[in-house]
Design a protein around this ligand. Sequence first.
Ligand SMILES: CC(C)(COP(=O)(O)OP(=O)(O)OC[C@H]1O[C@@H](n2cnc3c(N)ncnc32)[C@H](O)[C@@H]1OP(=O)(O)O)[C@@H](O)C(=O)NCCC(=O)NCCS
Length: 178
Amino acid sequence: MEPSSDPVPDRIEVGALVLVRPRPEDCAELVAALSDSDEIARWTRIPYPYRPEDFDAWLARDGHSYLIRTEGRIIGTTGAGVDPATATAELGYWLAPHARGAGHAVTAARAVCELAFDRDAARIFASVIVGNLSSSVVLDRLGFTFEGVQRSVAAVNCGLGPARIDLQMWSLLPGELT
Ligand SMILES: CC(C)(COP(=O)(O)OP(=O)(O)OC[C@H]1O[C@@H](n2cnc3c(N)ncnc32)[C@H](O)[C@@H]1OP(=O)(O)O)[C@@H](O)C(=O)NCCC(=O)NCCS
């Protein structure tokens, strides 16, 4: 079956979290949330320092990611958009430092993985820079399988890390989400 190209839902409620699609008026709050953590620059491909222009570019090209909100406040983002050509989705997530340690990344990422499978994803993958232990734990909790390590990969946009990195590869197939 072809993966769905219909728009994703605007809002998903899951426990104490609300996942909402980003809108132009979210720019200042998201830029502020992303300025608060060197770890996001160290472990993700999110531009660093993050500027309003980066938000505008993200909004223009991204058709699937969600802001994670709790008590009305942005605490992170997540997404797993399905590429219709390959029925494959890449999972991504980050949380602001004050929101970590409460299981929110697992809860939010599980919701977008469910959505990707509902939209006929045949494979969801995620890559984690070696050393980012809390992210590896998140994937393990979701039921992802560790596939191996890609060595000495060019670190595109990883603002605070080395130019080349080792990348753990993880994948999740239909029926494996925990
Ligand atoms: C990855 C991230 C979203 C995880 O947030 P979180 O779900 O709140 O994760 P936690 O801080 O609860 O850590 C998850 C688990 O890893 C464990 N962990 C963290 N560091 C660890 C270490 N050095 N050794 C062993 N376990 C470790 C924690 O103890 C926790 O387990 P617990 O729930 O049993 O206590 C968050 O750290 C983040 O936003 N990091 C920066 C951006 C990022 O790395 N994004 C992912 C890119 S692949």
